[in-house]
Write a protein that binds this ligand. Structure first.
Ligand code: ADP
Ligand code: MG
Length: 224
């Protein structure tokens, strides 16, 4: 589904990604963990074309959706318009069909009664569920999340993690940057631990959490 090979990226002479390679298979969940500043967001931005790597290769099949930490909803659009805008304008799909699908997605996200609300009238958790519905409305083959719960209060974090777990159960292909360690452990087929622009460690969730690598132990220790 996604293959990145030997990706390098520098900003102002500082190497932020130093030869990163990864593969995501269809239906797989890959979580990317690691300290702040290790290059996780830059890697996602390269994967999704928001940033151009200095060198390396990126190949993917189909289309992707992206869910950000800060929701990035259009503040002047209602919920339903946020969800339907790109499928109608970018994908040129039929309006009635897009609306029908959007309403089904909002129902799935528990937001049926909010379709005419504006983002500022919603809780952070509700805004993030709208942003997930918006990403899903494009029928993506792969969904990228960049710290989807970092801007949320702890009590709202659970509702977003539940939505992502449900998508995993439906075999949605996902790449998730997260600081939620028990969630990453439960939901991921593979985990990639980044440190200072390198992939320090990569493996199944069990392998990574059981690893004796001192950097991962030090990192995971901060969450205990
Ligand atoms: P993470 O998501 O793991 O916290 P980032 O990918 O956001 O890390 O950042 C990695 C490094 O790259 C940081 O030192 C950050 O300051 C730098 N960086 C990221 N984006 C830019 C940019 N557009 N211009 C300059 N430096 C950047
Ligand atoms: Mg980041």
């Amino acid at each position: 589904m996604l293959e990145m090979k030997h990706i390098k990226k520098s900003f102002n002479g500082q190497e932020v990604l130093r030869d990163i390679s990864l593969t995501v298979e269809k239906g797989e969940v890959l979580s990317i963990i690691g300290p702040s500043g290790s290059g996780k967001s830059t890697l996602l931005r390269c994967a999704t074309g928001l940033e151009t790597p200095d060198s390396g290769e990126i190949r993917y099949t189909g289309t992707f959706g992206l869910v950000f930490q800060n929701f990035n909803l259009f503040p002047h659009y209602s919920v339903i318009k946020n969800v339907t805008d790109a499928p109608i304008k970018v994908q040129k799909r039929r309006k009635d069909e897009v609306y029908q699908e959007a309403r089904a997605l909002l129902a799935k996200m528990g937001l049926s009664d909010k379709e005419n609300a504006y983002p500022c009238q919603l809780s952070g958790g509700q805004q993030q569920r709208v942003s997930i519905a918006r990403a899903l409305a494009m029928n993506p083959d792969i969904l990228f999340f960049d710290e989807p719960t970092s801007a949320l209060d702890p009590e709202l974090t659970g509702e977003i993690l539940k939505v992502i777990k449900d998508l995993a159960a439906e075999h949605m292909t996902m790449v998730i940057v997260t600081h939620e360690m028990s969630f990453a452990r439960n939901v991921s087929d593979h985990i990639l631990f980044m440190d200072q622009g390198y992939v320090e460690l990569e493996g199944t969730a069990e392998e990574v959490f059981a690893s004796s690598n001192s950097r991962i132990r030090g990192f995971l220790g901060k969450f205990e």
